[in-house]
Design a protein around this ligand. Structure first.
Ligand code: CMC
Length: 436
């Protein structure tokens, strides 16, 4: 083994450079010294979609995509899903350690204390169109909290940050439930602070005339496990958005709304809704081979399959499959599970998927559970956003307290014109003609 440096030979100039290697990375700024002459800006890296770029140091969530490993703060996801509640896991993500009994009691008390929404949030939500998508309502209502808590802009104050973190973890389920009730045309249900996090959410979703909502314990536990599985996933598209927007020192409500917008896309958290659409389109097990052929022929993707990091079975998908069985014992089996299992079976044997290491991801089975529990597909991504709020906030805190971080500001490779002569109006041609 030589020393921990990378020797770079610039064949344009014949010069060579030694660049330090730390944690399996080189610093992109170390390349800037590589120039063809004094006028040269220096070498940069080009990495669209950050496929090989670490944007931060982090100690929150660890993923080994080749071995199918996911850990929060060092604890395997399987252990946390079995032994913890979601609020315990949120505490772990945010503060780095599992809470002691008194710490957990205080934490639950704090979160429960903040579940109510200001009446102006309710009025804002009343104004949404009757068929507004719940993700649009969620994003806008989270952003609007910025106007209710203007002191949240003081992101440099740790106590202030913590207060907003508690408010967000407490209020996002209330907003999500109001969005759901709004889409059904039902009156909003206020939080019941005697219930735990998942039960209270179910209460706000489904209580009708009964004076007290009593959640089915198996379903409440299943929902809590799903929350644990979705709580964080290192530098994914929405976490990166959270860090990027937060790096401008925007307040945490605007920043979380931005992360939530990133989650809404069908390639990210929106995939769970798309999986159900796909299973509906396939219709029956017999149609699976034809659908797979269509995907292989380049017509669409198999939604809920593939991952930028996992090149093995997503460990969350395994736990979700197990959880699905527990849910179906209460709700009855979702017919779509048979189509999904057949899709998975055929895809995992097919050379196209094997060669590209495409496995089911977290979104493949979650929608089937949600549907069995009575949720409509449009709310699925909102169910993802509730627990991910804790992860986003942990990433946000880590970014703000990291002395190496600054406002996120990538470079570009310029592909446009050199300086051009101004064209007077009478000589301009329509854009369509100009590009012919
Ligand atoms: N179905 C069919 N082919 C696929 C799929 C899929 N779901 N995913 C990737 N591929 C192919 C892709 O066409 C490419 O083929 P080729 O090498 O012939 O061009 C190859 O596999 C590599 O794919 P990629 O697009 O370079 O991979 P990526 O890392 O950029 O994308 C992904 C990752 C998750 C966006 C993608 O796999 C995908 O679109 N999956 C479907 C949507 C989905 O399930 N998203 C949820 C992700 S997990 C939870 C979350 O993040 O919220």
């Amino acid at each position: 083994m030589g020393d921990s440096t990378l020797r770079i030979q610039d064949n344009r100039t014949g010069q060579s450079y030694n660049v330090p290697i730390e944690n399996g990375t080189i610093r992109a700024m170390d390349l800037r010294q590589i120039k063809t002459g004094p006028e040269d800006f220096g070498l940069m890296t080009y990495d669209p979609a950050f496929t090989n770029t670490s944007s931060c140091r982090s100690s929150i969530t660890f993923i080994d995509g080749d071995r199918g490993i996911l850990r929060y703060r060092g604890y395997p996801i399987e252990v946390l899903a079995e032994k913890c509640t979601f609020l315990e896991v949120a505490y772990l993500l945010l503060f780095g350690e599992l809470p002691t009994e008194p710490e957990l009691k205080n934490w639950i008390g704090d979160i429960t204390h903040h579940t109510m929404l200001h009446e102006s949030s309710k009025k804002l939500m009343d104004g949404f169109h009757h068929d507004a998508h719940p993700m649009g309502m969620l994003v806008s209502s989270i952003a609007a909290l910025s106007t209710i808590y203007p002191e949240s802009r003081h992101i440099e104050d740790p106590a202030n940050r913590l207060l907003q973190i508690k408010r967000l973890i407490a209020k996002v389920p209330s907003i999500a439930a109001f969005a759901y009730r709004h889409s059904l045309g039902f009156p909003y249900v206020y939080p019941d602070n005697e219930l735990n996090y998942a039960e209270n959410f179910m209460n706000m979703l489904w209580r009708m005339m009964e004076p007290k909502y009593v959640a089915n314990p198996a379903l409440a536990r299943a929902l809590d496990i799903l929350f644990i599985l979705h709580a964080d996933h290192e530098q994914n598209c929405s976490a990166n958005t959270m860090r990027s927007v937060g790096s401008s020192h925007a307040d945490p409500y605007l920043t979380t709304a931005a992360a939530c917008s990133a989650l809404a896309g069908p390639l990210h958290g929106g995939a769970n809704e798309e999986v159900l659409r796909m299973l509906d389109e396939i219709g029956s097990k017999d149609n699976v081979p034809a659908y797979i052929k269509k995907v292989k022929d380049g017509h669409g993707k198999l939604m809920g399959f593939g991952h930028r990091i996992y090149k093995n079975y997503d460990p969350r998908a395994k736990i979700i499959k197990w959880t699905a069985e527990r849910v179906f014992e209460v709700t009855g089996r979702n017919r779509k599970l048979d189509i999904a299992l057949e899709l998975e079976r055929i895809a995992l044997e097919d050379e196209y998927f094997v060669k590209r290491k495409l496995y089911p991801n977290v979104d493949f089975y979650s929608g089937i559970i949600y549907q069995a529990m009575g949720f409509k597909p449009a709310i699925f991504t909102v169910l993802f956003a509730i627990p991910r709020t804790a992860g986003w906030l942990a990433q946000w805190q880590e970014m703000l307290t990291d002395p190496e971080q600054k406002i996120a500001r990538p470079r570009q490779v310029w592909t446009g014109h050199e300086v051009r002569e101004f064209v007077p109006m009478e000589k301009r041609v329509p854009v369509a003609a100009a590009t012919k």
